[in-house]
Write a protein that binds this ligand. Structure first.
Ligand SMILES: CC(C)(COP(=O)(O)OP(=O)(O)OC[C@H]1O[C@@H](n2cnc3c(N)ncnc32)[C@H](O)[C@@H]1OP(=O)(O)O)[C@@H](O)C(=O)NCCC(=O)NCCS
Length: 169
């Protein structure tokens, strides 16, 4: 009940350049805690360098869609979609995890991409610690865990949207 009440105050809106620093702080903190332990030192350094405020701002300028979840003035989660089909970031602050915030962010990001581009297939590269959560969101692995060109260990996943009944007829 307490969690429901807390989440009902959750606000999700699109990110703008002024949010880049807050996004970077949240994403880097969560990466250090949850993702770096399963990566090599070099891959971790490369990953963190791609998560700085300037890099986040550049992605916004390139058209990546940032969906930001706020509780009051606290940024508690972020989902970033590239090309209306590839989820590049999904992070929820540690103390806010397990309350359905990632699911709400994902729903919002997916609906936005579907509205903009009619996307039927979504992809992402999952860190080991997020695999189960992505499975629960409906993603399936499309290959084994492997090193990306930048040396980051992830599993490629996809989600294919079911065709709406009315479109079948
Ligand atoms: C992965 C992450 C985004 C999930 O956020 P969250 O807000 O806790 O997720 P939700 O509460 O919305 O849960 C969504 C679903 O995943 C499941 N889930 C979440 N974390 C899980 C875990 N560690 N193990 C198993 N299932 C999990 C939930 O049970 C829920 O499924 P259900 O609704 O069918 O019960 C969050 O844990 C996180 O930021 N992790 C660290 C960073 C990270 O690895 N990000 C991904 C980069 S690829």
């Amino acid at each position: 009940m307490g969690q429901c009440m807390a989440n009902s105050a959750l606000r999700i809106r699109l990110g703008r350049p002024a949010d880049a620093r807050a996004v970077s702080v949240l994403v880097r903190r969560l990466t250090r805690r949850w993702i770096l332990p399963e990566q090599t030192h070099e891959a971790g350094v490369a990953l963190l360098s791609r998560q700085g405020a300037a890099a986040q701002r550049m992605r916004m300028a390139e058209g990546h869609r940032f969906h930001l979840a706020w509780l009051g003035d606290v940024l508690v989660g972020v989902a970033t979609m590239r090309d209306d089909g590839h989820l590049t970031q999904l992070f929820v602050g540690t103390r806010y995890q397990g309350r359905g915030i990632a699911r709400r962010l994902w729903r919002r990001a997916m609906a936005d991409a579907v509205r903009r581009a009619g996307t039927r297939r979504f992809t992402l590269n999952a860190s080991r610690c997020a695999l189960q959560a992505y499975r629960r969101l409906g993603f399936v692995a499309t290959g084994p865990e492997r090193l990306s060109p930048s040396g980051v260990l992830t599993t490629p996943m996809e989600l294919k949207r079911a065709r709406a009944r009315s479109q079948k007829a």
